[in-house]
Design a protein around this ligand. Structure first.
Ligand SMILES: [Zn+2]
Length: 254
């Protein structure tokens, strides 16, 4: 094959794919930093929830401690009353009240112990979450530094790649570039496909589109190979496209 338009188009595709690869790499890096940032935000929410839990348990324990103090004061008062009564029945009734208050105190004290155990667990979780956060933040900072270091180089290479793509496009007829761009837009930059041997059908010697593996007619193959009528069709700037995926077909140089 000696077709300057197709040769140029192959170069254009190479430049197009290189620019896309670099752009993808740039946005993948930004995405990586963003994902880590989101993880950190979620982690901070988790720490906030642990702190809220700590406050809640602390408040509940404080309330019970206050109840215990009140009950103790109550018992103190009941004991004083006992010293004043002469009647056994009244004394016994007060004694009963004291016992109830003591039972209440004992129940509160058990609950306070449970609360303090919960507080220890929450505080241990909080400490671990803080350590994790610190590690994640350090990792994010490292990722950001790495991205910043690479970004300048990537941005420069993207600009170079775009300039190269434009220079190649300038050497091609506008309508060819338009066709290329339309297909490239749709197929992730792959506007061209080589015609390749159909490996599933070796005996037949058939050819298929390297993009979608749809059969290519003998006539198209002959025209691309520079057979009869090829020169004529070339003069008309006819490009052969795959009827299935619409990619511009070319023959790989051997
Ligand atoms: Zn195809």
């Amino acid at each position: 094959m000696d077709d300057p338009v197709l040769d140029k188009l192959c170069e254009l595709q190479e430049a197009e794919l290189e620019v896309r690869r670099l752009e993808d790499s740039l946005s993948a890096q930004d995405r990586a930093a963003r994902v880590r940032g989101e993880q950190i935000a979620k982690h901070k929410e988790h720490i906030e929830a642990l702190r809220a839990r700590h406050r809640q348990v602390r408040m509940s324990a404080d309330k019970k401690e206050l109840e215990v103090r009140q009950k103790r004061a109550e018992i103190e008062k009941l004991r004083q009353q006992q010293t004043l009564v002469r009647d056994n029945r009244q004394f016994a009734a007060l004694q009963n009240e004291i016992r109830f208050a003591e039972l209440a105190i004992s129940k509160y004290e058990d609950e306070i112990l449970t609360d303090l155990g919960d507080l220890d667990a929450v505080d241990a979780d909080t400490k671990k979450a803080h350590d994790d956060l610190k590690r994640q933040e350090e990792e994010l900072a490292a990722v950001r530094r790495e991205i910043e270091a690479r970004k300048g180089d990537l941005v420069r290479r993207i600009a170079d790649g775009r300039a190269r793509r434009q220079a190649i496009a300038h050497a091609l007829p506008d309508k060819v570039v338009d066709l290329f761009n339309r297909i490239a837009e749709r197929l992730d930059g792959e506007a061209l496909a080589p015609v390749i041997r159909d490996e599933e059908d070796e005996d037949d010697g058939g050819y298929v589109c390297g993009g979608c593996h749809m059969g290519v007619t003998q006539n198209t193959y002959v025209l691309l190979a520079g057979g009869a009528g090829a020169a004529q069709s070339r003069e008309k700037d006819i490009l052969h496209t795959c009827p299935n995926c619409t990619r511009i077909l070319y023959l790989k140089k051997t």
